[in-house]
Ligand binder design. Structure first.
Ligand code: ARG
Length: 481
């Protein structure tokens, strides 16, 4: 049936020419092979149920689709996966297979296929964030008392704990999970039955195809249904935001490894081809670089979509690969980050001895003075002076006398000040909600564990719904065997 290099959609008139390769999305469409088969099956089942085609035609087409599945993507030829599969069906059935494309267009077909496939990718992305959150929470619990320097402007600022640091990323990733789930829920709506953009005179049951394909809802307006790729923007945006979270984590770990605060496991490190002593955190650098690919995908999508008129324009074909690029960069990066976090070993003694560097306890001492009646601004001045003059108890006492015209002991006992100069005690004192004190971190970690469990359940629900729909479709197809 198909001409050399042609397909049933293009026929002789459009069967080749110098732009054939340029027009084709066949390579990128490998990713839509299974999706297109499912969409074809659901559509054919619906057509038969509605009496638009008879059961015998449906059965012939469904058998051909099974055979097309069997011979695989590599056996196909056509301008895109949709035309190629239709061509392959008609090659097997003769003219009868031409009924498959009744009451639909490649426009609603492709939009449905992309959503169908992207759902899986988004669920895998969600899963990856959960695994990373679990690793962070577990390591954070193990290190709720491991003091370390905390930085602002990359300068030692206040002592914290490794637990506090790691849980900061776990919290951010919780929002990444939420964003991915929101993107999933808006992706999971069906454009099928919109036809080219202007509906169809056939009595199609759009709810039914949505149900057979596991979609939660129908995208009603037929022009919007085929035109919109906002779900791709939303998914790419969620992935890009996640990758920015990952890139920060990667940078912190790369720097802490350089400082000797953490050792990246050999499985997540690399070496130099010339410098034999080197152990480099290459995987984390690649994790960080995934943000470039994700942001390129988001930007590519926005730029491609901007200003497109209603309804279908072939520009949309170029939009799709951007999302796969983002998925392929960010999901493995998330998985690798989880492995690197879970296997890293924190150098507790190195961290403890660095925790007070740069007079990082100064703020805690100022807080202590303010708690004992010194106006905070005066306390700040005292500690600023003390920082210049030795950064110890004697320096604080001298500066206090200077600033307050009074003995420090009139406000607070020496032991209390000395305790506040100790990094671990400094950390323990900051027990406000979400603060670094071990008890405060533990409380947040408990909530995080519940949050992860909740998110796991929501993920499982969505996966189960897809599996159930797949089974239901299989059973319906089986009725025509
Ligand atoms: N390969 C095309 C895409 O990805 C399929 C839709 C083609 N539709 C059309 N009207 N030319 O968008």
């Amino acid at each position: 049936m198909s001409e050399e290099g042609g397909d049933v959609v293009r026929r002789e008139r459009f069967s080749g020419g110098p732009a054939r390769g340029f027009l084709s999305s066949m390579d990128a469409d490998e990713r839509l092979f299974a999706a297109d088969l499912a969409v074809d099956r659901a559509h054919v089942v619906m057509l038969a149920e509605q009496g638009i085609i008879d059961d015998e035609s449906a059965s012939t087409i469904l058998d051909a689709l099974a055979d097309v599945e069997q011979t695989g993507y590599d056996a196909l030829d056509g301008e895109d996966i949709h035309a190629a599969i239709e061509t392959a069906v008609i090659e097997r059935t003769g003219k009868e297979g031409g009924r498959m494309h009744t009451a639909r267009s490649r426009n609603d077909e492709v939009a449905t296929c992309i959503r169908y496939r992207l759902r899986e990718e988004l669920l895998d992305a969600i899963e990856a964030t959960l695994v990373l959150r679990e690793a962070l929470v577990e390591e954070a619990s193990a290190h709720s008392e491991t003091t370390m320097p905390g930085y602002t402007h990359r300068q030692p600022a206040q002592p914290i704990t490794v637990g506090h640091f790691l849980s900061s990323y776990a919290q951010a990733l919780g929002r990444d999970t939420e964003r991915l789930r929101a993107a999933y829920d808006r992706t999971n709506r069906s454009p099928l039955g919109a036809a080219a953009f202007a509906g169809t005179p056939f009595d199609v049951d759009r709810e039914r195809t949505a149900e057979l394909l596991g979609f939660d809802a129908v995208l009603e307006n037929s022009m919007d249904a085929v035109s919109t790729r906002d779900f791709l923007v939303e998914a790419a945006s969620a992935l890009a935001t996640l990758s920015v979270t990952l890139s920060g984590l990667a940078t912190d770990l790369v720097e802490f490894a350089a400082d000797g605060y953490v050792e990246i496991d050999d499985d997540y490190a690399s070496t130099s081809s010339i410098m034999p002593q080197k152990k480099n955190p290459d995987t984390l650098e690649l994790v960080r670089a995934s943000a470039g690919t994700a942001s390129a995908g988001l930007n590519g999508l926005l730029t491609t979509l901007k200003g497109l008129p209603r309804a279908y324009n072939r520009d949309l074909q170029e939009a799709t690969p951007h999302i796969w690029n983002a998925v392929d960069a960010v999901v493995p990066a998330t998985e690798v980050a989880a492995g690197a976090v879970a296997t890293a070993s924190w150098n507790e003694s190195e961290l403890a001895s660095a925790a007070g560097d740069g007079f990082a306890t100064a703020t805690g001492v100022a807080d202590l003075l303010a708690m004992h009646g010194v106006p905070f601004r005066s306390a700040h001045e005292i500690l600023a002076q003390a920082a210049e003059e030795g950064a110890d108890y004697a320096a604080v006492r001298a500066a206090a006398e200077d600033v307050l015209d009074d003995a420090l002991s009139a406000y607070v006992e020496r032991e209390a000040v000395e305790a506040a100069l100790d990094p671990a005690a400094s950390v323990a004192s900051r027990d406000s909600v979400g603060g670094p004190a071990p008890g405060a971190v533990a409380a947040v970690l408990d909530e995080m564990e519940d949050g992860i469990e909740d998110d796991r359940e929501q993920l499982a629900e969505r996966r189960e719904a897809l599996v159930a729909a797949e089974r239901a479709l299989e059973a319906e197809v089986g009725e025509f065997a």
